[in-house]
Design a protein around this ligand. Structure first.
Ligand code: 8DG
Length: 151
């Protein structure tokens, strides 16, 4: 299109951080970061950066093995790109644990299954707050957000 005023160079794709909202019924797993110091003590959804050449969903399954020691099955995407710091985007899926019990093996010093009424009771990292709100709305609407959800 002429006259668009877009004079910049090629757009650099964002660094993608993937995270999973693990649900057990209406309980949500929150993880408290242990590092770096600027983020330590903040609560987040488990996950991490996608490695070069890696599929996003594969990265998320890998991170759950490394960080929590569990196998997960992913469900639906929650929203689109959630803003992080400039040049970074957070992409979130729902999921459920299919094998193992989550433990804070790496990057976290505490895990907590938050019951439905307590989802906002921890100090989420700023980027996660709207994600948690969106997820609550989806569950409230009765959307089937989990893979092969049973009761
Ligand atoms: N995993 C995760 N990271 C989040 C969330 N919210 C949020 O702001 N972040 C930020 C914190 C970090 O700056 C960045 C994720 O980086 P990370 O350190 O967890 O990534 P990683 O496990 O791949 O670690 P590394 O290999 O780079 O050490 O995204 C979230 O819910 N989950």
């Amino acid at each position: 299109m002429r006259g668009s005023g877009c004079e910049g160079g090629p757009v650099t794709p964002p660094v993608v951080v993937v995270a999973v909202a693990l649900l057990r019924g209406r309980q949500l797993l929150a993880a408290r970061r242990s590092a770096p110091s600027a983020l330590a003590g903040g609560w987040e959804l488990p996950g991490g950066k996608v490695e070069p050449g890696e599929r996003e969903e594969d990265a998320l399954v890998r991170e759950c093995v490394e960080e929590l020691g569990v196998e997960v099955r992913l469900g639906e995407r929650v929203g689109g790109d959630w803003p992080l710091s400039p040049g970074r985007a957070l992409r979130v899926w729902t999921g459920s644990v299919v094998e193992g019990e989550p433990a804070p093996l790496q990057d976290h010093d505490e895990l907590r299954w938050l019951s439905w009424g307590d989802w906002e009771s921890v100090g989420w990292l700023p980027a996660d707050m709207p994600v948690v709100g969106r997820l609550r709305a989806l569950v409230e609407e009765g959307q089937d957000v989990l893979p092969g959800a049973t009761t």
